[in-house]
Design a binder for this molecule. Structure first.
Ligand code: SF4
Length: 247
């Protein structure tokens, strides 16, 4: 009997492994063949809206530093609050050296009312100290090193890599996570799992610009609760997976 049970367990484990292997080798999502066209259309649409905050610093001096710090500020905060707060802060300090001349209270005042502004002010000082002590005052351009900075998660690290250094990465925030699932590109429950899945299915040539295109679209049309599908120029190509209410 015991042997029989072990056999069943072994069989079950084997089956689960087989499913996992099958899933990882799975046929590519159908939407992939339309993806270049969809991305072209939504990039065209995005021209009428303000770009996501990090993108506004891409051609400015000390861009990787500004992208890093503005993305730290943007966590749980709307772009309309993050953008002016970032500008107020960078007028006073746009390098780690200058930032360390400010106190946490001064930074708090400059970045208020971004969410968790007290914690973020302290994290910014810790980040700047690390940049000076361990990275020669520069923002690192490797994922592991970025993730070792206080308060920096995969979203921020990927954004610094892609927007700041034009390196391969996929920055997945709430908009990219939601829209990738609505399009059926992935079937995931968290942004981190979406990034992992997108790294498997998304052709590399789309990685860097993917966040920029989808964030604008998510902020303005493909909204979380009730997307504006009637105004969406890719509606015919979108399977709208999980969309219950739409406008
Ligand atoms: S059709 Fe609707 S769900 Fe699909 S991308 Fe457009 S707005 Fe989003």
């Amino acid at each position: 009997m015991m042997q029989y049970n072990m056999g069943l367990k072994g069989c079950k484990a084997h089956l689960e492994n087989a499913i996992i292997i099958h899933m990882s080798l799975k046929i590519k999502p159908k939407i992939l063949k339309h993806l270049p066209k969809m991305l072209k259309i939504i990039r065209g649409e995005a021209r009428q809206w303000r770009p996501p905050v990090a993108g506004t610093f891409v051609n400015s001096p000390h861009a990787p530093f500004k992208i890093l710090i503005s993305t730290v500020l943007s966590l749980r905060t709307k772009d309309t609050t993050t953008e002016p707060a970032s500008h107020r802060l960078f007028i006073k300090a746009d390098t780690p050296q200058k930032m360390l001349t400010l106190s946490a209270e001064e930074i708090e005042k400059l970045i208020y009312p971004v969410g968790f502004y007290r914690t973020k002010a302290r994290n910014i000082l810790v980040i700047c100290r690390r940049l000076l002590d361990d990275f020669g005052g520069k923002v690192p351009s490797e994922m592991d090193q970025l993730l070792s900075l206080k308060g920096v998660g995969r979203k921020t690290a990927n954004l610094v890599l892609t927007v700041g250094y034009n390196k391969y990465g996929i920055c997945v925030d709430t908009h990219v996570h939601r829209i990738s699932n609505r399009w059926g590109l992935v079937r995931t429950t968290t942004p981190d799992k979406t990034e992992e899945a997108l790294r498997r299915v998304l052709p590399k040539r789309h990685w860097i610009a993917f966040n920029d295109a989808l964030v604008s679209y998510g902020q303005n049309l493909c909204s979380p609760i009730s997307p504006f599908c009637s105004r969406c120029k890719i509606a015919k190509l979108c399977p709208r997976i999980g969309v219950r209410h739409r406008r």
